[in-house]
Write a protein that binds this ligand. Structure first.
Ligand code: 13P
Length: 250
């Protein structure tokens, strides 16, 4: 059995000083558990601080929230995969809904980013998910399949190195969560798409994100189809994050 992933997306919160203080508190109260991994996605300016703080914790991984696909150049404000890797990061969120819907990132840009991340040996965490209107129009699977198209010509070996995060846009930061059964249906569709494109079934990992809290993490993770969680707001306090990271999993 693969381990459960507890991933914290800090978005634009916690600079280097706050990251150090957070990790000092979290690490003093959270001991490694063999059935799970904890991944942190701090802002770019905090990556190196975070990665250095967890070098003695193989159960903890640090990753970036975004990258540019070009190795270097005149791209003000951007970071390349090589730069991100050099901070000690080992994963990158790609296509988060805020990148898509606030910054206008396209499916094509998302696809380029996935390839650039894979080329460095880091793990892309491809985020997919439908908006409320799309769900209401019963278009959830159509949207998710279109977004998975970013992986279309990656071979099975490559797909095995990718994590998918299903984050319904209407559930992000709203307090509304997909029911565990609804999420599991979409996760099953994602798993089928991945295996149909050559991924090894046992290697496919699909996280759920969208208003995950200490009070609902256990029931979500009880679903066989949910391999981990990607958490925004409730990952910003060491207390609530520790509560989430210590919920029982099968
Ligand atoms: P919330 O947990 O704040 O809803 O955010 C989810 C998210 O976007 C994680 O990437």
């Amino acid at each position: 059995m693969t381990s459960t992933i507890f991933a914290a997306n800090w978005k634009m919160h916690l600079g280097p000083g706050e990251t150090r203080a957070f990790l000092d508190t979290f690490l003093s109260g959270y001991a490694a558990r063999p059935d799970r991994e904890v991944w942190f996605f701090p802002p770019a300016v905090s990556l190196e601080t975070a990665a250095q703080r967890v070098t003695d914790r193989p159960d903890i991984r640090v990753g970036a929230q975004n990258v540019h696909w070009e190795p270097k150049g005149a791209y003000t404000g951007e970071s390349s995969v090589g730069m991100v890797h050099d901070t000690g990061s080992r994963a990158v969120l790609v296509g988060h809904s805020e990148r898509r819907h606030v910054f206008g990132e396209t499916d094509e840009e998302t696809a380029r980013k996935v390839r650039a991340v894979l080329a460095t040996g880091m793990v892309p965490v491809l985020c997919v998910g439908e908006k409320l209107g799309e769900r209401e129009a019963d278009r959830t699977l159509e949207v998710v399949h279109r977004q998975l198209g970013a992986l279309e010509d990656i071979d099975g070996h490559g797909l095995d190195g990718i994590v998918i995060a299903y984050e319904p846009v209407w559930a992000i930061g709203t307090g509304a969560t997909a029911t565990p059964a609804d999420a599991a249906t979409v996760h099953a569709a994602i798993r089928s798409w991945m295996t149909a494109h050559g991924a090894t079934a046992a290697a496919v990992r699909v996280l759920y994100g969208g208003s995950v809290k200490p009070g609902n993490a256990e029931e979500l993770l009880a679903e066989q189809e949910i391999d981990g969680v990607l958490v925004g707001g409730a990952s910003l306090q060491p207390d609530s994050w520790t509560q989430i990271c210590t919920v029982p999993v099968d």
